[in-house]
Design a protein around this ligand. Structure first.
Ligand code: ADP
Ligand code: MG
Length: 489
């Protein structure tokens, strides 16, 4: 595979193929109770302990809409720059499954709460706009557990009725990389808004991935296959790659693609058929007679809009303008709200340029290595700020600062305490430094003569020796000045 700047093609002996991808992302709404009942949505509860009579579909039970979930969906819609539909309808989507006791899922079909919107991706080749088709609210189903017993399947209804937002993209994505960036951007926006925690391990964010291929230059889309319920970004990328290759092989050997629903086998790295694609009419959608059409006042939408926090794109623009960051730096610093807060906390009291470098390079390496979230960083923002200030005031060199940082990571201690205890303060007394310089030059008199007869490259050698002699504590600027003076003689 290779990339021609914007476009990503799979090249075979015969053709170049383009991949077309559209995502249906299921995002669990952050709310204490379910979409139509008061039971708890907390993750990890004992099976079937968070189930009301509505969730278990007892006859005669009536769903009551949770206004907070509606607010969450509207906020998300606003975050996706989308149209909020003041009039929307809840439909029954009928199908049979053991973990769906009602025999239908309450969802939205023709009249969703959120219409078309736009998400902007930052790709290495520039920004890319991805269209949002719609966002609708729906209930989650329960969970069937097949692997606890060889003869039985167990059903846990704790999840039954939890509110999901289904965010449907237009078929605007063209590569696994773009899908990676899209899902991360959606997650970032929803985390900023506090509408979905985006925790993929707990299933709060998962996607159905629609894939088709077409020859380079072709206008018409090919037939798509839908890969159901992929729950990690890595698996989405792998599934797209393997599914596209499968389709290309079929097409190149003269076969056709059947529109179908497939599953991704993560162990074999291949997709396999699950069922032929169902049509909307198979579900016999109809408006739920237990629920009135949902009417929202524009003033309600406006009031939510006023309360929206600064979102990643706006924050990025502000960081670029105000702090003179590059787009790349701004991007990594705003990608997670926790990181952006950390950065802003550090630069309250420290140099911006040093702060961004220390966070992006040193801190990220530590968090990565220890697999820690920024909120659990062993180095507190105020301590990083204080370390940076020790560099700018000349108290320690950048090199020593790295040593101090390592100790901060292990102990969580304040840098000033470490510098004092370990005696790491930079040596900036010219008289003391001069003594060291003279000694190093005396011990290397042959090299001094070589330097004086023109081998100026040796300057670095002398500096190195002096730093060694001072255990790395000599102020490098002063050392250079003194050294140059002495060598002239
Ligand atoms: P369904 O419920 O049948 O899956 P949706 O409208 O919910 O239909 O979702 C269709 C998804 O498939 C959208 O994300 C859309 O962008 C995507 N899609 C549509 N046509 C194609 C295509 N030819 N190739 C890839 N993706 C497509
Ligand atoms: Mg679908």
């Amino acid at each position: 595979m290779e990339k021609d700047k914007f476009d990503y093609y799979i090249k075979t002996e015969k053709n170049s193929w383009e991949i077309i991808i559209g995502l249906e992302v299921h995002a669990q709404v952050i709310s204490n109770s379910k979409l139509f009942s008061g039971s708890s949505t907390k993750f990890g509860g004992k099976p079937n302990t968070q189930v009301s009579l509505v969730d278990s579909a007892f006859p005669g039970m009536l769903p009551v809409i949770n206004q907070y979930c509606i607010e969450q969906a509207i906020k998300t819609g606003l975050g996706l720059n989308a149209k909020i539909n003041l009039h929307s309808i809840f439909d029954r989507k009928n199908y049979f499954y053991a973990d769906l006791p009602a025999g239908y899922q309450i969802s939205q079909y023709k009249n969703p709460i959120v219409g078309e919107g736009i998400v902007t991706l930052d790709m290495p080749y520039g920004t890319k706009k991805v269209g949002i088709e719609r966002l609708h609210l729906e209930q989650d189903a329960g969970k069937s557990i097949h692997d606890l017993s060889p003869d039985n399947t167990f059903v846990d209804l704790n999840r039954s009725g939890v509110a999901l937002m289904e965010i449907v993209s237009k078929p605007d994505l063209r590569s696994p990389d773009e899908v990676n960036s899209y899902v991360k951007k959606l997650r970032s926006i929803m985390r900023y808004l506090g509408t979905c925690d985006g925790n993929m391990q707990e299933g709060s964010l998962r996607a159905d991935v629609n894939v088709s291929v077409r020859k380079k230059g072709e206008k018409k889309f090919g037939t798509r296959c839908e890969i159901k319920n992929v729950n990690s970004i890595k698996f989405m990328e792998m599934a797209i790659d393997s599914e596209a290759k499968r389709q290309i092989e079929l097409l190149e050997s003269g076969k056709v693609i059947e529109q179908e629903t497939r599953l991704f086998d993560t162990k074999k790295n291949e997709t396999r058929s699950m069922r032929s694609k169902e049509e909307a009419h198979d579900y016999r959608y109809f408006p739920d007679p237990d629920l009135l059409p949902l009417k929202i006042e524009q003033s309600f939408v406006d009031s939510l809009k006023k309360k929206l926090p600064e979102l990643p794109d706006q924050k990025k623009d502000r960081f670029i303008k105000k702090f003179k960051l590059s787009p790349y730096e701004a991007n990594v610093l705003v990608s997670e709200i926790g990181i952006s807060k950390y950065f802003e906390e550090v630069i309250k009291n420290a140099d911006i340029k040093l702060a961004k470098n220390w966070i992006i390079v040193e801190l990220f390496a530590v968090l990565n290595e220890k697999n820690l979230d920024i909120k659990d960083s062993p180095v507190l923002p105020k301590n990083l700020a204080s370390l940076i200030n020790s560099i700018t005031t000349g108290e320690i060199s950048g090199k020593i600062a790295k040593k101090v940082f390592e100790i901060m990571v292990e102990t969580g201690d304040e840098p000033l305490k470490i510098i004092k205890e370990k005696g790491l303060k930079q040596q900036s007394d010219p008289k003391e430094l001069e003594k060291i310089v003279i000694k190093v030059l005396e011990n290397n008199s042959d090299k001094v003569s070589e330097f004086r007869s023109g081998k100026e490259k040796l300057l670095g050698f002398f500096v190195g020796e002096i730093m060694k002699a001072s255990s790395g504590k000599a102020n490098p600027g002063l050392v250079n000045d003194i050294l140059k003076k002495k060598l002239k003689k």
